[in-house]
Design a protein around this ligand. Structure first.
Ligand SMILES: Nc1ncnc2c1ncn2[C@@H]1O[C@H](COP(=O)(O)OP(=O)(O)OP(=O)(O)O)[C@@H](O)[C@H]1O
Ligand SMILES: [Mg+2]
Length: 248
């Protein structure tokens, strides 16, 4: 590892860089899928892996956050980094903090599952604090299961000596409510970008894989999911790094 490989992002609590000065979302055109802003520069996976390795090599524990709009590839990237880093990394997804389907039904919010208020944001913040506390032993985290559309408690064990925790999810850079505390608990937050057309195609095909018909899949992707995407995209400029992923 050379010094030029070292992560350049801010430590927790430092102001983030603005990686995309002067860029603003394009106007949507009637009758078309949402366009969104042009994606960030494409970065090879190996470069991201080296950057994650450098975080793991820092003294103490580091926490890397990965964010971006629905189906940008957050989970895929986090899982691949964890697989490559082996015992040096643990993976703790925000998705584990989805409110239970049963509770969302009572709240009348099932249709907006995935929106900021359908997560236990304060619980996620509390877990990040525990993950930062060297006095904690093993920390257990929940895992979201897309098959049952609910979380499984205490499904992920993070031993105290794991130098890097990788966490990923939609709202790591939001500035409202408990979400505002998240980025201060993370060493870096990478924003994963993707050409909007590709992202929507992947999102629609994932909805279809999980049982929605073509119309439902498209409605979900361009309706509720798109409202979330717009919120997430508005938080992009707070990221330490904005990247677009190539095909692996
Ligand atoms: N680099 C890639 N090349 C090709 N397909 C990819 C790549 N990364 C992810 N995908 C596919 O795109 C889809 C979305 O990826 P993924 O689930 O990682 O996104 P996500 O950002 O975690 O989405 P969500 O916000 O809904 O959890 C998946 O079907 C995945 O297999
Ligand atoms: Mg995901």
């Amino acid at each position: 590892m050379t010094s030029t490989d070292a992560p350049q992002g801010p430590r927790p609590g430092q102001p983030p860089r603005d990686p995309r000065p002067g860029q603003s979302p394009q106007d949507p055109r009637p009758g078309q899928l949402p366009q969104g802003p042009p994606p960030g520069p494409e970065v090879p996976f190996q470069q991201l892996l080296e950057r994650a390795r450098a975080l793991a090599a820092r003294p103490g524990r580091s926490i890397l956050g990965i964010t971006g709009p629905p189906a940008a590839g957050k989970t895929t990237l986090a899982a691949k980094l964890r697989d490559e880093l082996g015992a040096a990394a643990a993976y703790v997804p925000l998705d584990g903090f989805h409110l239970a389907h049963e509770l969302l039904t009572e709240m009348g919010r099932v249709d907006r599952k995935g929106a900021p208020d359908t997560f236990d944001a304060a619980g996620y913040v509390a877990l990040l604090r525990r993950l930062r506390d060297p006095g904690e032993g093993v920390v257990y985290a929940p895992r979201f299961d897309r098959g049952i559309e609910d979380s499984i408690a205490n499904a992920i064990a993070v031993p105290p000596d794991v130098p890097l925790v990788i966490t990923e999810g939609n709202y790591l850079l939001l500035r409202s409510g408990p979400w505002a505390q998240v980025s201060g608990l993370l060493d870096e937050v990478w924003y994963i970008d993707l050409a909007e057309e590709t992202r929507l195609r992947r999102l629609i095909s994932r909805h279809r894989e999980f049982g929605r018909d073509a119309a439902e899949a498209r409605d979900r992707a361009t309706g509720s999911d798109q409202r979330n995407a717009v919120l997430i995209e508005a938080s992009r400029d707070h990221a330490s790094l904005v990247v677009s992923l190539g095909r692996w």
